[in-house]
Design a protein around this ligand. Structure first.
Ligand SMILES: Nc1ncnc2c1ncn2[C@@H]1O[C@H](COP(=O)(O)OP(=O)(O)OP(=O)(O)O)[C@@H](O)[C@H]1O
Ligand SMILES: [Mg+2]
Length: 383
């Protein structure tokens, strides 16, 4: 039997959660009105999950969540806020919250899903503890998560993301999932010649019931072995793929495969920030042109300001043989990040894009393919 403690001052909110979890076997609910009260009750009653409602002050909830996560026997926590901003998401994830969801919207689907998922994890880690195989609370995540990023369009993010995935799957025999988070205009499906029969939209719609088994059903497999979670077919469907859902989907994917590679839209949106927040490594793609270098510098500075750790960011210089007057060392110095890969410009790339066959398969002997495989090796720690 698992106990969920709900901290909120509004009887209406508590009532809604009661209704939501009523049919959930094995969960009982206790309600308190303050964040410190929640910590006290949760510890005393050995609760599995604490939910902080929208009437609890964010600072108090964050502090309480931090305390719950730092205990020798951590208690899972979920934050329900009126509006989930990237900043809030970052703070909460740092504090050790399992999930952050919005109270807006009529169904409370995200809220229910988040609580059930946190409860499941708590039950699993307690069982492991009892059977002497205690694991850290994040032990269910096994994958390395990599986000391919730039705030400038057309620099080669999708070429890099798709080819790195194919190289990981095909050349290095790793299990890998590609997520197309360019939700409105994603073209990974085209570059890989995949039919978007199922997409991230389906996963987001099923968030209430989503688990690893169900998520596997939404992945489309490529002949290289890579599994892709493609962008919605219709750009208007992007809206329902909320940050809370993205965060949960990435978390589940990380339990299924060894590498999750996320392709993003050429801008700073909340989906991208959520992906970066979840990532072990960020590949900032830039071309050897002054505007691209300047953009990369500005966006990495912005990430730093937002508090994203900069250690995991490295540069991928695409079209690095372009005839321009920039020195590689100069680029590294200006941007303040090391270059992990230099990918030459090659006509084989647009040719492969048009064919829908990634260049690492279409022209494996080309320098461009070799540099992409090298990048994949680098990511796999296999150099
Ligand atoms: N190394 C390269 N050599 C030659 N052409 C390239 C190279 N890398 C990318 N291109 C070309 O540049 C175009 C844009 O690449 P891609 O779609 O990967 O960029 P993107 O950053 O994902 O763009 P968007 O921001 O629009 O999603 C592609 O048509 C591709 O053929
Ligand atoms: Mg792209």
């Amino acid at each position: 039997m698992g106990l969920v403690v709900v901290a909120d001052r509004s009887p209406e909110f508590v009532g809604r959660l009661e209704t939501l979890l009523e049919r959930e076997e094995g969960i009982t609910l206790a309600s308190v009105v303050s964040a410190p009260g929640a910590v006290e009750t949760a510890v005393k009653e050995q609760a599995h999950v604490v939910v902080f409602g929208p009437s609890i002050q964010i600072d108090a909830a964050i502090a309480a969540g931090e305390e719950l996560a730092s205990r020798s026997r951590p208690i899972e926590s979920v934050l329900v806020a009126q509006k989930v901003t990237a900043e809030l998401l970052r703070m909460a994830m740092r504090a050790g919250f399992r999930d952050v969801v919005s109270s807006e919207g009529s169904t409370y689907g995200d809220v229910g899903a988040a609580i059930r998922a946190a409860h499941e994890i708590a039950v699993r880690s307690r069982t492991a503890e009892q059977s002497g195989t205690a694991e850290a609370p994040t032990a269910s995540k096994k994958a390395k998560i990599v986000t391919v990023f730039s705030t400038k369009g057309g620099v080669g993010k999708t070429v890099v993301a798709t080819n790195v995935c194919v190289a990981l799957a095909h050349d290095l025999k790793k299990s890998v999932a590609l997520v197309d988070l360019d939700l409105e205009f994603g073209d990974a499906a085209i570059m890989l010649k995949l039919e978007p029969a199922r997409t991230i939209y389906d996963a987001a719609q099923a968030i209430d019931r989503l688990d690893t088994e169900m998520l596997k059903g939404f992945l489309v497999e490529h002949s290289s072995g890579l599994k892709a979670l493609l962008a919605p077919r219709r750009s208007e469907d992007a809206e329902s793929v909320t940050t809370a859902r993205i965060s949960r989907i990435i978390g589940l994917l990380a339990e299924i495969v060894d590498f999750v590679v996320i392709d993003t839209a050429g801008r700073f949106d909340e989906a991208v920030l959520t992906a970066i927040d979840r990532s072990d490594e960020v590949l900032a793609v830039a071309t050897m042109e002054v505007p691209s270098i300047k953009n990369t510098k500005v966006s990495l500075e912005k990430l730093k300001q937002l508090g994203y750790r900069n250690g995991g960011v490295s540069l991928v210089l695409n079209r690095s043989n372009s005839k321009v007057f920039l020195e590689v060392a100069e680029v590294e110095r200006v941007i303040g990040a090391r270059i992990t890969a230099r990918i030459p410009s090659d006509l084989a790339v647009p040719r492969s894009v048009n064919k829908g066959v990634p260049v690492v398969i279409d022209a494996p002997k080309s320098a461009v393919a070799k540099s992409l495989v090298e990048l994949a090796r680098n990511i796999a720690g296999d150099t």
